[in-house]
Ligand binder design. Structure first.
Ligand code: TYD
Ligand code: MG
Length: 455
């Protein structure tokens, strides 16, 4: 068989050239040419897509059944997946090296293999290494198949002949297609391999889980180039210093995003944490200035997280604004609101904020906690003990309600918090046992209430 020809396609304009050049000859963008396999147009399958073509039908003529699912055998993993694995679905799991991607998938496959055919393909570790790990995880008696392989064509052959129900590819960056000259891990290899694997998964009904490494600079050759090809994108988060690991769904064609799976890394692998709400509170005995506890809602679960702020006199011409786990641009905006609507100025102060435990908070309901932590640090005065807050802050200084306020308050009460400072619109109609609710409409009002509580 003749070797398929490759060509270079511009990422920006789609222009094609036969040689690689630094600049696209068509749109003049630099570094945008990517090597791809030339697709011969053969009559009617010119627009060869991932799905087989079908005739036009009225949407109402389809019966909208729920997709069949099966459990990954790990409850927290099922939760982020939206209820379990779907036959033929392609899932990408991204994350920093060493965070636990291989461990999680090995555990899940080993448990799955009791009832289903499962295949683990590794381009990074040998069979002996994986077997050793399986032994450590206590699952060495599992009935799963293993192949150490990095050639795409061999992997496609295995998938088509073995037709396992679930297959793991660890990792997509190590797989290469012999038809491309680019090195494994390069954008063109990663993209081509993922597209071909996806096509095979769709046609054979194999549930395919691909591991992707996130590179330090984020985009290049990382899983980001694959996000539109696959059905589900999951990211591992967490501090490698702490034992907690979070898996977050970024895209899910078969379920909700922003659902969070919580695990603890132990000596015997990852263990699901079913009640994680108090995990991100640091254990202070007495109140500390600059610390504020908020209730955030991740997917269907409320989670208590401590937000810390440090405000310190700045000696640089431009004061620093740094945030870890929270949105940096939002911090600048919140400081402006604080100055304009509550008269608290921080222009000559460096401001650092941090969400404890390596958690990332994406929802704006963290605003009030951020501002209260900042004010507390600025005045060097701890917030009242047992206080929990949430609420979004608008540019006019108003405090806007957060979704599912009731659930958040109940969770806080359950964990022994006694006071809640929350948006007026979230004030509960019925009192919650053990919780004094202080409902406010504006940021200056919130600060006044705090002062009253201290008095
Ligand atoms: P690994 O799953 O290899 O990470 P990745 O595939 O994401 O690169 O795992 C990583 C870390 O987890 C490794 O540093 C050791 C630790 N670990 C444990 O703490 N307990 C265990 O049972 C296992 C298997 C790993
Ligand atoms: Mg690994």
């Amino acid at each position: 068989m003749a070797k398929p020809k490759t060509q270079y396609v511009c990422n920006e304009c789609g222009g094609v050239s036969i040689k690689w050049t630094g600049q696209c000859p068509d749109c003049k963008t630099w570094n945008s040419l990517i090597e791809t396999i030339e697709q011969k147009s053969t009559g009617n399958n010119r627009f060869d897509s991932l799905a087989p073509s079908s005739k036009v039908q009225a949407l109402s003529s389809f019966d909208a059944q729920d997709v069949p699912r099966f459990s990954s055998e790990l409850t927290e993993f099922d939760r982020v997946l939206g209820g379990g694995l779907v036959p033929g679905a392609v899932i990408l799991i991204g994350g920093d090296p060493g965070i636990g991607k291989s461990t999680l998938l090995l555990q899940s496959l080993a448990l799955l293999s009791k009832t289903r055919s499962a295949l683990y393909i590794s381009g990074e570790e040998s069979g002996a290494q994986i077997a050793l790990r399986a032994q450590r995880l206590g699952v060495s008696d599992a009935n799963m198949q293993f192949q150490a392989e990095i050639g795409l064509e061999a992997i496609l052959h295995t998938l088509q002949t073995l037709k396992p129900e679930v297959a793991v590819i660890d990792s997509i960056q190590t797989i290469y297609s012999g038809e491309l000259t680019a090195a494994p891990g390069s954008v063109s290899q990663v993209r081509e391999c993922a597209a071909q694997l996806t096509r095979v998964a769709k046609s054979t009904g194999v549930t395919l889980i691909m591991v992707g490494h996130v590179t330090k600079d984020g985009s290049l050759a990382g899983p980001r180039v694959l996000e539109h090809i696959v059905d589900t994108v999951l990211y591992f988060e967490g501090d490698t210093q702490s034992s907690f690991r979070l898996i977050r769904a970024f895209k899910n064609r078969f379920g909700a995003v922003n659902e969070l799976g919580v695990f603890a890394m132990t000596e015997k692998g990852l263990k699901g944490v079913s009640n994680p709400s108090a995990m991100f509170l640091s254990q202070h005995n007495a109140g500390v200035a600059g610390s504020c506890v908020m209730v955030t809602q991740e997917g269907t679960r409320p989670l208590l997280v401590e937000v810390q702020a440090l405000v310190d006199e700045s000696h640089a011409p431009a004061a620093k604004r740094l945030s870890v786990g929270l949105d940096q641009n939002r911090l600048a905006m919140l400081l402006a609101v604080l100055h304009r609507h509550a008269g608290v100025a921080c222009f000559d102060q460096d401001v650092f904020i941090n969400a404890v435990g390596g958690v990332k908070i994406t929802e704006p309901a963290a605003d009030l906690a951020v501002l209260l932590a900042i004010v507390s640090s600025l005045r060097n005065k701890p917030l009242p003990t047992g206080l929990v807050v949430f609420g979004e802050i608008g540019l006019a200084g108003e405090i806007r309600p957060a979704l599912r306020g009731q659930e958040r308050l109940k969770e806080a009460a359950k964990l022994g918090f006694t006071h809640a400072l929350i948006p007026k619109a979230n004030a509960p109609k019925q009192a919650i046992d053990g919780l004094i609710v202080i409902a406010v409409e504006r940021i200056d009002e919130a600060l006044n209430k705090l002062r009253e509580m201290d008095a």
